[in-house]
Design a protein around this ligand. Structure first.
Ligand code: C2G
Length: 131
């Protein structure tokens, strides 16, 4: 039987840490669905809009070989609905979110993958700003 994996993220200023988590998520199943966070969600939760717009971030993530389906994540609180809507068997998140979605383990397997060390969108933005 085919196994659907779902994951979420902003994927702003797309980097190799993003690529690796998506590759490792894809390897856990047959079909990878990615929720890309809305600009409005970022503004609400992080107090700033991403460098790349929602449309651009979706375009980049959709073009990846390991990604089968992309949708807009409108709210962090809708994880359960997204998991059920996409009939996901596994929810994958980086371990910066460890423990945060354990309550969904009644509807899917919940897996936290180790983050790629020493790379982040914030570090890239700061590096460029310092040039
Ligand atoms: N990531 C990683 N290694 C890094 C940086 C990021 O493995 N060095 C992973 C994160 O753990 C996450 C994914 O890449 O699983 C996307 O990261 P972000 O774009 O920072 O996503 P975030 O804003 O944390 O997601 O429901 C979650 C929201 O969509 C927010």
């Amino acid at each position: 039987m085919s196994r659907t994996v779902i994951t979420f993220g902003t994927f702003d200023v797309f980097h190799v840490g993003h690529l690796r988590v998506l590759e490792r998520a894809a390897a856990l199943g047959d079909h990878l669905v990615v929720g890309v966070s809305a600009d409005a969600l970022n503004l609400r939760k992080k107090g700033r809009t991403p460098v790349f717009s929602e449309r651009e971030r979706i375009e980049i993530v959709s073009a990846l070989r390991v990604v089968d389906e992309v949708f807009v994540e409108e709210s962090l609180e809708l994880k359960r609905d997204y998991v059920l809507e996409h009939a996901a068997d596994v929810l994958v998140m980086g371990d910066d979110w460890a423990g945060r979605f354990d309550e969904l383990s009644d509807v899917c397997e919940v897996v936290y993958l180790p983050r790629t060390p020493a790379i982040s969108t914030t570090a890239i933005i700061e590096h460029i700003a310092d040039l």
